[in-house]
Design a protein around this ligand. Structure first.
Ligand SMILES: [Zn+2]
Ligand SMILES: [Zn+2]
Length: 483
């Protein structure tokens, strides 16, 4: 009985299966298509139609370089009515949309000015406006924060070829968006730019990207990250590991993990709060340490910044209370504000001579003992942070201001570079234990007579001095006094 049932069942499956095959739409056309020789088009795309049926082929967006007319089909496109613009100096910006069309083409020029930006929240969805497609001209370089956030019907975004910056949350909550092509002009993608795009499957990130916010693809459930040792990366076919986007919580509390060495960009806040990391090998193609990267990594003891890095962002190492020494290489040209705020155990710091310092590098770092930095960095320290300093080497700066060393009781050694042409009166008053080593061979005219009242001063002499006075020289990079 059982066997019979089985036979009936398998027969039924076979018949049903055949019936299914029979129901498949035929892949063979009922006639040989006769393709029209000219393109059909609307305001957005063109295609070739069959004369004998509804079939179309070669459908594509219009190819507009810097004109309104498609170079493929010859159609002249028109900007969609209802897009609002404003002129700011020599350019125009998109401010909003009040039209009825669900497909929107943005003008390349407005009142003779190039349209260069889509302003923040310009298309953020209000009420029942439901745009499905937006075509952005090549004149636009900037998409503001939240510009298309909440456009829940938006399926098609043509970004043009000149976009450099995509603002925070620009496409957040665009739940119908499945893909988007970023031109290789994009340098910056803001925080949460594609957050909650629940149907987004992948985005190719161009090599031009240098700045990447956090939670860019948060809650993108279908998104395919490139995973390496449990960490999520995005990139392109040449470098799938271009950007490290986030550290999953399962890994956050590990004391060490390996990063892919091809990574050039870290998302902001990347390791912030990774409480157990003690050290980390950074990829030697990394270009920046963004804002808050290691904030609150309270066990982080040592880290080497590779010489590929060009900038260190705001608060990058703030509250790294176990960090004892840091060397920021000369490749770094920009250092943010409060980079080392509340690094209570930081003792030895070397900062690049020729970087731009955005604000106070330190704040509440009471245990710095050795500092090598431009004078401006030292000068911006509160006296509280200078109290325990034993040696200071200035690697750039032209002026040392009055009373700069007030309260530096522990200081025993100061090196002043030859770039310092001015020292104000009383600059070294109050540092009673220091020896001052000048890289010049005698007092420059710009150093006030009362620049130093208390400390012994040594001038530089490469060869054994023939005159009286205090002299020193470098031997293997160390200070050696001529006795
Ligand atoms: Zn046909
Ligand atoms: Zn066309």
């Amino acid at each position: 009985m059982k066997r019979f049932l089985l036979l009936v069942l398998s027969l039924a499956i076979t018949v049903f299966g055949m019936a299914l095959v029979g129901c498949q739409p035929s892949t063979q056309p009922s006639h040989e298509h006769i393709w029209e020789t000219t393109y059909s088009s609307d305001n957005f795309s063109h295609w070739i139609k069959c004369e004998g049926c509804d079939e179309v082929k070669d459908i594509a967006d219009h190819n507009l370089q810097n004109s309104d007319t498609c170079s493929v089909c010859g159609t002249t496109t028109v900007p969609t009515e209802g897009v609002t613009y404003k002129i700011v100096e020599q350019v125009a910006q998109v401010t909003g949309y009040t039209g009825d069309s669900d497909k929107v083409r943005i003008a390349a020029t407005y009142q003779g000015k190039p349209v260069t930006a889509i302003n923040s929240y310009a298309f953020q969805e209000y009420f029942d406006k439901k745009i499905t497609a937006v075509y952005i001209p090549n004149s636009v370089t900037t998409i503001g924060g939240g510009a298309f956030s909440g456009c829940a019907k938006l399926e098609k975004v043509s970004l043009g070829s000149s976009i450099t910056s995509i603002g925070a949350s620009a496409f957040a909550d665009c739940s119908e968006l499945t893909d988007i092509v970023l031109p290789n002009t994009v340098t910056s993608i803001g925080a949460g730019a594609f957050a909650n795009c629940s149907n987004l499957t992948s985005v190719s990130i161009p090599d031009s990207v240098t700045s990447f916010g956090d939670i860019v693809f948060m809650n993108c459930e279908k998104f395919q990250f490139n995973v390496y040792e449990g960490l999520n990366y995005v990139g392109n076919s040449n470098n799938p590991y271009l950007v490290l986007t986030d550290i999953p919580s399962a890994i956050q509390f590990n004391s060490s993990f390996n990063l892919h060495n091809d990574t050039k960009v870290f998302a902001s806040n990347l390791f912030s709060g990774c409480g157990e990391i003690t050290t980390l090998d950074l990829p030697d193609s990394l270009i920046a340490i963004p804002d808050c990267t290691f904030m609150q990594c309270q066990e982080l003891k040592t880290i080497t910044i590779p010489s590929s890095v060009k900038s260190v962002g705001n608060f990058a190492f703030s509250q790294c209370s176990a960090l004892e020494s840091i060397y920021v290489p000369d490749s770094v040209t920009s250092v943010g504000t409060q980079v080392f705020e509340h690094c209570e155990n930081l003792k030895t710091v070397t900062l690049p001579a020729n970087a731009t310092y955005v604000g106070n590098v330190f704040n509440d770092c009471p245990n710095i003992v050795n500092l090598t930095a431009p004078f401006e960095v030292f000068d911006s320290l509160l006296s509280f942070d200078k109290e325990k300093m034993e040696s200071v080497t200035f690697n750039s700066g032209d002026t040392i201001s009055a009373y700069s060393f007030n309260g530096c009781d522990a200081l025993t050694s100061v090196i002043i570079p030859s770039s310092v042409t001015t020292i104000e009166s009383h600059a070294f008053d109050g540092c009673n234990n220091a020896k001052i080593y000048c890289e010049v061979d005698s007092k420059p005219d710009g150093w006030k007579n009362s620049w130093n009242n208390d400390c012994p001063v040594y001038y530089y002499s490469e060869n054994e001095p023939t005159t009286d006075g205090n002299y020193w020289r470098y031997v293997n990079g160390e200070v050696v006094i001529w006795e």
